[in-house]
Design a protein around this ligand. Structure first.
Ligand code: ADP
Ligand code: MG
Length: 615
């Protein structure tokens, strides 16, 4: 039999590759804009005719190319961006495959004009269907202009397949937005059929969003920021009030590259849970920065999916950061004590410069950051030894008499809680907080008063602490003098085995875990010995009842369940120090205003509301 295999000629190979890289004019727009960004341009102009079917032109003031490079850039696998496969792991450019220009030149009439800073004259190359038609020296400014005309001129089937100009233009604008949003420091202009569509000056991220989506957007944006060792998050979400029926503006960028991720999208939805109605869509512009090593960059040129090493952590951080931002936003009126200073100030005080009491939330608190100290949430007013103190809350039964007596015997550490929230009030009011029906902590604040649900508040505090321990750092555990022994059913022990690792992160030490019995020799500091059994039983029950695909993480479930059974119950009297400590811990939380089960932790009432009642 004769040999039948032969190598495809380059122009055929390029055409085939083009089928993947270039699906429509918008793909050309994306590739050319990205090349201009990679070339370090500070201003980029995009010129479109007939929705890109006749012309896509990109003019940049970037580095430009030498004559040799100008010729080489149309070769397949010609790239200046990587030299070896290792470079893929430290990639900071958009392109790296060296395929785009070769592909585009295979299926269109392309004209390139380019000049570097160093050279006197530039180079102009005309290439059609992979054939170089001409190459000349030209006078041109530093930078590169690429014009792509008559796309798919030699593949009529593809050309006929293109959609209406309106649809193709929509795709082009989408690509333009994605690149422009990711690079606010670059100025962009976009022209369509001779008229300006966008004029985007060099700016910051917020201004860029506003210049693209209109001045009204500004007031809708809630900033989101977080920085941990593995992930930096910045950007904005749109206030829940402005959620839309249609999908609207939803943008994720990873290392300045637009990506789609239904998983991360779900994290955003989860953060908005309870804040927007079902079927409404939140808007967001979120920029994630990760170590290029931790993502699989070997993505298909036209695909926008991405793979992270640790998706679960990303999910948790994203959700929690956004919730935190939204929480701050919705709690803002409570914490914003700046009101009219002249308003009902007693005469003798009116000359004094006003001292505004503030609740200081540690906004830099980050449950994912490793802290050298132990598990306790850092808070400026927190006393040194909180763990023993913390355990006073936990595991107390609802039986009042037992509790009362229990509390009488407790001695508190003597140092003052010096939180500003209370300091000021203490001087003036004498008593800062009081307890209502052994259920609510009531605290006067400048605008009126705040009512905090003690059980839900403590759940929030414990939940964040547990989650932090489970996901990031191991908690300290208290060694038991006499190990605790338990007998559980086989299936229950199976469940325990599955979560053993997480439980150990919270501070449990299993000295043995057999088929139907186990022994614990260490427990988390924030739990009392007598309640260990109940907490574990409840946890197993919650895991059994978990909706199978409820989505995200077992860690979350674990933290929720344990926080719930460990939190101080309704009906438990709290003394002043306990109340204040709880309030302080609550405000050190990422989301003080909602419990892990999404219930409201605190409400505020305004003096004005009282005034109305007395009129
Ligand atoms: P890739 O971007 O994957 O490297 P391309 O085919 O898009 O592949 O581009 C090939 C090469 O041409 C790039 O690596 C770069 O060196 C050069 N190049 C392309 N566009 C520009 C531009 N606008 N300015 C300067 N150099 C460019
Ligand atoms: Mg490229």
């Amino acid at each position: 039999m004769t040999d039948i295999i032969q190598l495809l000629p380059d122009h055929v190979a390029n055409q085939i590759a083009a089928g993947e890289v270039v699906q429509r004019p918008a793909s050309v727009v994306k590739e050319l804009l990205e090349n201009a960004i990679d070339a370090g341009a500070s201003t980029i102009t995009l010129v479109i005719k007939d929705a890109g079917k006749t012309l896509v032109q990109v003019i940049d003031d970037g580095a430009g190319m030498s004559t040799t490079d100008a010729r080489l850039c149309f070769e397949r696998h010609a790239t200046s961006k990587i030299k070896s496969a290792e470079d893929l792991f430290s990639l900071n450019t958009k392109g790296f495959r060296g395929e785009a220009l070769a592909s585009i030149a295979a299926i269109a009439h392309v004209e390139l004009k380019t000049k570097t800073e160093a050279s006197e004259v530039g180079t102009k190359i005309v290439i059609e269907g992979s054939q170089v038609v001409s190459q000349d020296a030209v006078v041109t400014a530093k930078g590169t202009t690429i014009s792509v005309k008559n796309l798919f001129y030699n593949i009529p089937a593809r050309r006929n397949f293109l959609k209406s100009n309106t649809v193709e233009m929509r795709h082009i604008i989408d690509e333009f937005h994605r690149v422009a949003l990711a690079h606010p420091q670059v100025g962009f202009t976009m022209m369509n059929n001779g008229s300006d569509v966008f004029q985007l000056p060099q700016s910051n991220s917020r201004q860029r969003i506003v210049s693209i989506f209109g001045a009204k957007t500004n007031e809708k944006l809630v900033p989101v920021t977080e920085e941990t060792e593995i992930l930096k998050i910045s950007g904005f979400v749109i206030k829940p009030d402005f959620a839309r029926k249609s999908r609207g503006e939803q943008f994720f960028f990873v290392n300045d590259r637009f990506i789609k991720s239904s998983y991360l999208h779900h994290a955003v939805l989860a953060a908005f849970e309870g804040l927007i109605k079902d079927g409404m869509n939140p808007g967001y512009f979120l920029f994630l920065d990760v170590d290029p090593k931790s993502i699989d960059i070997n993505i298909h040129p036209t695909k926008t999916e991405i793979k992270f090493d640790d998706e679960h952590a990303m999910y948790a951080m994203l959700r929690s950061t956004i919730k935190h931002s939204l929480g701050q936003f919705s709690i803002a009126p409570v914490l914003d004590f700046n009101r009219d200073a002249g308003f009902d100030t007693p005469y003798e005080y009116s000359k004094k410069s006003p001292v505004t009491p503030t609740i200081e939330v540690d906004r830099s608190f980050n449950p994912f950051k490793k802290e050298p100290s132990q598990a306790n949430i850092k808070f400026p007013y927190q006393r040194e030894k909180t763990s023993s103190w913390e355990s006073l809350y936990v595991g107390l039964k609802d039986d009042d008499s037992e509790l009362q007596s229990g509390f009488q015997n407790i001695e508190f550490e003597s140092e003052e809680v010096t939180g500003k929230l209370f300091e000021k009030e203490t001087e003036e009011v004498g008593q800062t907080t009081f307890q209502l029906h052994n259920k609510y902590i009531v605290s006067p604040i400048k605008t009126g008063m705040m009512i905090i649900h003690q059980h839900l508040a403590h759940q929030r505090v414990l939940y964040e602490e547990l989650l932090k321990n489970i996901t990031v750092q191991e908690a300290v555990s208290q060694q038991l003098l006499f190990p605790l022994q338990f007998h559980f059913s086989k299936p229950d022990i199976e469940i325990l085995k599955k979560i053993q690792e997480q439980l150990e992160q919270t501070g449990f030490v299993f000295s043995s875990l057999k088929e139907e019995a186990f022994e614990i020799s260490g427990i988390p500091v924030s739990i009392v010995e007598s309640s260990v059994g109940t907490v574990l039983e409840q946890l197993i029950k919650d895991i059994k009842e978990e909706v199978p695909d409820a989505g995200f993480s077992q860690n979350d479930l674990l933290a929720k369940s344990m926080a719930k059974s460990m939190a101080v119950k309704t009906g438990v009297p709290l003394n002043r120090e306990e109340r204040e400590h709880l309030v302080n811990q609550l405000f050190a939380c990422k989301e003080p205003s909602v419990a892990p089960n999404n219930k409201t932790v605190l409400i505020t009432m305004n003096v004005n509301d009282f005034d109305k009642k007395f009129s």
